[in-house]
Design a protein around this ligand. Sequence first.
Ligand SMILES: NCc1[nH]cc(CCC(=O)O)c1CC(=O)O
Length: 320
Amino acid sequence: MVVSPSTRTIRIGSRKSQLALVQTYWVQEELQKHFPTRQFDVETMSTQGDKILDVALAKIGDKGLFTKELEVAMLDKQVDFAVHSLKDLPTNLPDGLMLGCVTQRVDPADALVVSEKNQDKQLDTLPEGAVIGTSSLRRLAQLRHHFPHLTFKDIRGNVNTRLAKLEAGEYDGIILAVAGLQRLGMSDRIHQVIPAEISLHAVGQGALGIECRTEDPEILEVLKPLEHEETRDRCYAERSFLRELEGGCQVPIGVNTKIENGVLTLTGMVASLDGQRLIKDTVSGLPSEAEALGKELANKVRDAGAGEILSEIFIQVNRQ
Ligand SMILES: NCc1[nH]cc(CCC(=O)O)c1CC(=O)O
C-alpha cells in the first residue's frame, strides 16, 4: 500500500496536567476543523516540572523544566509538535526545534484568588502579614514593591493543587494567571485582576506556543491557520527582551505589550527580590522589528541598573 503524505497521522505532544490537556485538545479541535480529513492524535507525558514538586521553582530555574521530555519526543519523531503555555517555553530552544506557531492570546494579566474569609478584601486592603502564595519571583518582587506589609510564601503544583492549598487554609490569597483560570472554566475564582501598574505579566503569558521540528515543512504548514500575527509579534518582542536579560535562573522580569496603529510598544521591568528596586522602561517601533525592540529595551534597562540586580539574584538563588 502506498501511503500518501497527506494521510500521515499527526501526533501532538502534551503534558498531562488538566490545563495542558485543555490547551492541547483545543489545538487538536481547531486543526481538525481546518483539516477535516487528517488524523490528529494526542500523546501525553510527564515532565520534570510535573515530578519535582518539593523544590522552589526559583532554585531549580525553569529552563525547560516543563518542556524537555516533549522536546526529546519530537527529536525522536515520536510526536510531531508540542503545545505549551508559551510562558513555560524557554527563549532558546534545542537545535532542530523551533517555535512554529503562536496562538491568539487571552488576557495576560495575573489574578488574586482569595480564601473564604477574605472575600471582602483586595490586595490593598489585606491586613498586615496576610499570607500570599506565589512561586514566581516576578509576582513576588512586584507585589512586595507595592505591598510591603504582606507576607509571601512559596506555592507549587498545578492550578488545582494550588487552589486546594488555598482552601486548606495555608494562605490568605494566591496569585494565578487569569488565562489559566479562564481555560479551566474557573473564571469565577478570579477575585481581582491585577492591573499592569502593579504587576507586569510574564513573557508570553496568555498565549500558546507550538514547538515543532525545524525540518518539517508539512507540520509548519498545518500549524499556519492557528498563528495569530499580532500575538506572535508581541510575544517575539517579549521573548527577545527576556532572552537578552536572563542569566541561567528564573528572574523577576515582567512585560506588557500592545500594537496600536501599526506600532508595537513594549514595556519591561526588572525588580530586586525584596521589591526595593524596580527598573522599568518602554520602547516602540514596527512589529516586524519585534526582536530588535526586545534587545533595545534590554540594553536600556541593563544600563539603568537591571544588570546589577540580575547578577545579585543569580548569586542569591544559587547560594540558597
Ligand atoms: N507556570 C505555570 C503556568 N503556566 C501557564 C499558566 C497559565 C497561564 C498562561 O497560559 O500563560 C500557568 C499557571 C499560572 O501561572 O497561574
